[in-house]
Design a protein around this ligand. Sequence first.
Ligand SMILES: CC(C)(COP(=O)(O)OP(=O)(O)OC[C@H]1O[C@@H](n2cnc3c(N)ncnc32)[C@H](O)[C@@H]1OP(=O)(O)O)[C@@H](O)C(=O)NCCC(=O)NCCS
Length: 441
Amino acid sequence: MTNGTSQTPALATTIKPTDLRGILQYVPRFQGQIFVIAFDGSIVADENFSNLLVDIAVLRSLGIKVVLVHGIGKQIKELAELRDEPISDVYGSGATDASTLSLAIRASSRVSHVVLEGLAQNNLKGVITNSVRALPVGIIRGLDHQFTGKVERIDKEFLGSLINGAVVPVVSPLAFGPDGRSLRVNSDLLAAELAEALHATKVIYLTPQAGLIINGELRPQISVEVLRKQLADAPDQIAELSRSKALNAVRAIDNGTPRVHIVDGRLFDSLLNEIFSNEGVGTLIYGNDYQQIRKATRRDVRFIYSLTRAAVKREELVPRTQQAIEKNIDQFYVYEIDENIIACVTLIFYPNHPQLAEIGSLYVLPFYHNRGIGKKMVEYACLMAKERGAARIVALSTHSFGFFTNVLGFTETDKSALPESRLKSYEDSGRNAKVLTRALV
Ligand SMILES: CC(C)(COP(=O)(O)OP(=O)(O)OC[C@H]1O[C@@H](n2cnc3c(N)ncnc32)[C@H](O)[C@@H]1OP(=O)(O)O)[C@@H](O)C(=O)NCCC(=O)NCCS
């Protein structure tokens, strides 16, 4: 993985232990999903490593499937120093000569074993696999990379059978060439490749750094487009330690993994807090699933009005005049296909309750039902609400509460969850809508 200069970990005492109730409400959303978790070699050597394995046991017990990948940067450097042998490349992205490969195999066996020990201590079954096939990188700009490999194929069936059998696969940064011999691969890249092959929903890089640091500042969230531009325009502004992770995060998202996290593996509870809490301790890099969603403008008023009229008639939505839509057009987001608006949603904030946002007027044209559009609109609204500082979202529904609870992980609450200013219009409407809510993770 990337280089090993370490920073002082933030104080563990600033992190609240993650509350079980908080975790449980996300279980339906994550259950059955695959997370690829990649440790830097230095994290396997860190005193917090045993706590990370407890966190992984928690993820497994919640029905989340995990695949572990590890680096060996720290260990190969230490071995080389101990034996006074030069190494041609530490992180598996430059050239690997024969003696570096031999050290990598030793370092990797040791690190994989430590991971297996940690799994055993948590009563988890683990298996070191030979599931990654690679081809030699070859000669690049005149430099023969010798025993450095690029991933050619991942044995999805093999890994899938382990995961489904409640076994945690441990994948080392050594792959196997066409002749079965070892090739060194970079573990950041390997994690991205595994996520693509296994259709994982997350890659989580555990590093000895607070997260993705750009220009000296930790970025709690960044979209793949912004990160791509940063890598193209000014890669040097990204802290060296996380540059390879940034590159591979973009690769993973481009290849279909929705989210990549970079988290400080030295912090107690960091993994669970990043996944389950609103206080995300590291960096979330997210793909743009939402190209077709945009903020509405005044030119859309007429279309939104006619789009939602049928739902108003069926009492699925609260009636709104064109003037009311126009007055509140800033609250609307629309979904376009071929420049036709086929869905809308509103996002409302309350001036005296910055932690709360409300989703409303969700409507998808029936022809487009069951294509994931309603879900995308709600998730997008949640992302926007979170970006504006909200910690919780509510939705009121008379007909589609099952959609919010079964599909989107909302829970039913009561009207006391609404701010006083909203309570009045809720009661005046006489609709007796169910109040649904979700924390914004
Ligand atoms: C509710 C609505 C927004 C869903 O939009 P959609 O684009 O079809 O939803 P998605 O494709 O993202 O999700 C489809 C899933 O939701 C489920 N779903 C849809 N409506 C549901 C409901 N009322 N109760 C329970 N589940 C529901 C579907 O069965 C499907 O489940 P599956 O993925 O397990 O097959 C859409 O039906 C609609 O516009 N309804 C009328 C307006 C309305 O009631 N709005 C809500 C006001 S708050």
